[in-house]
Design a protein around this ligand. Structure first.
Ligand code: UD1
Ligand code: UDP
Length: 379
């Protein structure tokens, strides 16, 4: 069978490694994967860097849509994906997560009556001011096979009317919901050892125990008060505790720091020798940083989970999270973009030593399971 996979933003490129690997290892006779890169992310270190390092097949198509307002960006993707679906006539289209590339793939497929497979289905923040929340709800309701990484995701779908006991044949009107574990857990296990060979710690002169920070949510970058508050907190934590902070900077944040931080705060950060702001890094480098960090401070969905995978406490720079299990289990604290809460939560988690790591994200074999169900249920 022929499956079209849509990727576009950094986390989707990384996720594609897990499914492509499962196809290569176990399903090469049954599944031919055609990859479309929408071009949503295009900087070398947001896209190209991942393909060789993670053994991801080169995209067959790149739509080169680039950045733009949501409507225009999504519309360009929709047009391009539709054309390719009409030409390639796939048995199904597979999308990851909740970006504009995801929803464009979902719309193009469902309007052409091609079954949609959604990986990372069911996640909800219950905050519709997040563009991702609109994308993921829309995608779930256009899908035929919904693969949820967590039990909470399955519960969310039940509440939206999905029947958990659907019987095959499955379709957009009779969709199948699976609990399958997280393909990013598969990836983290698979790439963890390779990351140990990386020299990034030495190159950056980092001593294990540092803080790894990532910031890119539009709610944080585009609001001067919130962005300032996060940087003030990082600056205070590093100075008070004499702790190094490393921040691989997302291009969106780089742009908005110039707009939204005062000259005084910018100079305070730039002149703090403990704070290292670096360009985005490769996945193996970020794993090396995660494994050696003492604490992770992030508004990223992926990095929150990786903090859990690598058994690191995490401060989440959001008022809520889709990955609520790691908060409920005490591994992470929701700090919003509130300076005092961030500083306070750093202290609380530094002093905590009774963390547990239950099997929330599956057994590391989610991608194999997903492929086996696709082969059984996509005609
Ligand atoms: C997107 C996703 C978000 C995901 C994130 C992963 C949507 C709505 N958002 O957010 O869910 O968490 O990717 O990183 O799909 N830019 C560059 N170079 C690039 C890419 C982006 O300079 O290669 C800059 C541009 O100024 C652009 C801005 O970053 O306008 C935002 O990029 P965009 O893809 O629109 O959204 P993200 O914030 O990256
Ligand atoms: N990541 C990376 N390099 C970086 C920062 C993050 O490879 O410099 C990885 C990270 O390990 C995770 C993924 O990118 O697997 C998360 O992407 P991002 O934070 O951009 O988006 P989100 O997960 O919030 O959608």
């Amino acid at each position: 069978m022929k499956i079209i996979t849509i990727i576009g933003a950094r986390p989707q490129i990384i996720k594609a490694a897990a499914i492509s690997r499962a196809i290569r290892n176990s399903f090469a006779q049954q599944i031919k994967e055609i990859i479309i890169h929408t071009g949503q992310h295009y900087d070398e270190n947001m896209s190209e860097v991942f393909f060789d390092e993670l053994q991801i097949p080169r995209p067959h198509y790149n739509l080169n849509v680039g950045s733009g307002n949501h409507g225009k960006q999504t519309a360009k993707m929709l047009e391009g994906i539709e054309e390719i679906i009409l030409k390639e006539k796939p048995n199904a289209v597979l999308v990851y997560g909740d970006t504009n590339s995801t929803v464009a793939g979902g719309l193009a497929a469902s309007k052409l009556l091609v079954p949609l497979i959604h990986i990372e289905a069911g996640l909800r923040s219950f905050n519709k001011s997040m563009p991702e929340e609109i994308n993921r709800i829309a995608c779930d309701h256009m899908s035929t096979l919904l693969f949820s990484p967590t039990h909470q995701g399955v519960e969310n779908l039940k509440k939206e009317g999905f029947k958990i006991d659907a019987v095959s044949p499955y379709s957009i009107d009779n969709p199948k919901v699976y609990h399958c574990g997280d393909i990013m857990f598969d990836n983290s296990l698979y790439f963890s050892e390779l990351a140990d060979k990386k020299t990034i710690l030495k190159d950056l002169n980092l001593t294990p125990g540092f803080i790894l920070a990532t910031i890119h949510r539009n709610a944080n970058t585009d609001d001067a008060d919130r962005l300032s508050s996060i940087f003030e907190a990082l600056s205070e934590i590093s100075s008070t505790n004499k702790i190094q902070v490393v921040l691989p900077l997302h291009p969106r944040t780089k742009k908005m720091m110039d707009v939204n931080l005062s000259a005084e705060l910018k100079s305070q950060i730039e002149n703090n020798p403990l704070i290292k702001i670096i360009p985005p890094v490769s996945f193996l480098d970020v794993i090396a940083l995660e494994k050696n960090a003492g604490m992770i401070v992030t508004d990223s969905g992926g990095v929150q989970k990786e903090a859990f995978f690598f058994k690191k406490p995490c401060l989440i720079l959001r008022p809520e999270t889709e990955w609520i299990e790691i908060v409920q289990n005490g591994n992470a604290l929701l700090c919003d973009a509130d300076k005092n809460k961030i500083v306070d939560s750093f202290r609380k988690l530094t002093g905590k030593n009774d963390f547990t790591y239950p099997e929330i994200f599956g057994d590391g074999k989610a991608a194999e399971f997903i492929c086996s169900e696709i082969v059984k249920h996509i005609p």
